[in-house]
Design a protein around this ligand. Structure first.
Ligand SMILES: *Cc1c(COP(=O)(O)O)cnc(C)c1O
Length: 223
């Protein structure tokens, strides 16, 4: 059985090798700690990791408090309910799942009440299924304009989850094109949060700047 240190080193090694092969710079690795206890996050911290991903506020907030490390960045990667925004802002430095008007309005309101800005990624829905989180590609540009008009939000770029049904390349190509389009109007919004345990190597050739990797590092989730 491989240890956490081994799987982390293996994933990091593969990322570095692929980046060297592609002649590109390394992305930010976000280790997804959801459904794992705070001890696992602490072990990752001791191994030098400083960026963790959680998909639920109810879990991420207490975990971040239990760890109590001020030099950690917590990334909220799951759908965020508007009534959880206030708590989300207590620990998250980045929200990858900005996906609708009501959430934008609530984030604008709550970030205006405090110091500093919040990094956000607009999540794009690459499936036909409207029930999945994300802005439809056709609405992306106007939505991004509204995000950028909020002074306390810093639009970092786009986030997507590749469909599980098909190979990820088609979805990654779509999101890479949308990102190029977005950067014409918003050159600073160059981030691309794509790539999970099953497809992070592919994501690198499509320009991923933020990888969200869970099980390949942590093993199967515990609860
Ligand atoms: C859980 C989750 C991940 C990590 O998934 P793995 O397959 O375990 O790497 C990435 N992104 C989102 C949005 C998630 O919910």
């Amino acid at each position: 059985m491989s240890t956490l240190a081994d799987s982390l080193a293996s994933v990091r090694g593969q990322i570095t090798a692929e980046c060297n092969r592609l002649g590109r710079s390394e992305p930010l690795l976000i280790v997804v700690t959801k459904n794992h206890p705070a001890e696992l996050a602490r072990s990752l911290y001791d191994l030098g990791e400083r960026n963790f991903g959680e998909n639920r506020v109810q879990e991420g907030l207490p975990k971040s408090k239990e760890l109590g490390k001020p030099d950690l960045n917590w990334h909220l990667i799951g759908q965020l309910q508007t009534n959880k925004v206030r708590q989300a802002l207590e620990f998250a430095s980045s929200v990858h799942s900005l996906d609708r008007e009501s959430l934008l309005a609530e984030l604008a309101k709550r970030t205006a009440e405090r110091e500093g800005s919040l990094e956000v990624f607009v999540q794009v829905n690459l499936t036909e299924d409207q029930g999945r989180g994300g802005i439809q590609p056709g609405e992306l540009q106007s939505y991004a304009d509204r995000v950028v008009s909020v002074p306390t939000l810093k639009l970092a770029g786009l986030m997507a989850v590749a469909s599980l049904e098909a190979s990820p390349e088609r979805d990654f190509e779509t999101i890479a094109e949308l990102s190029m389009e977005l950067r014409k109007n918003h050159p600073n919004a160059s981030g691309l949060s794509i790539g999970m345990s099953g497809d992070y190597i592919e994501a690198l050739s499509f320009g991923a700047t933020h990888l969200r990797i869970g099980t390949a590092i942590t093993g199967n989730r515990q609860y």
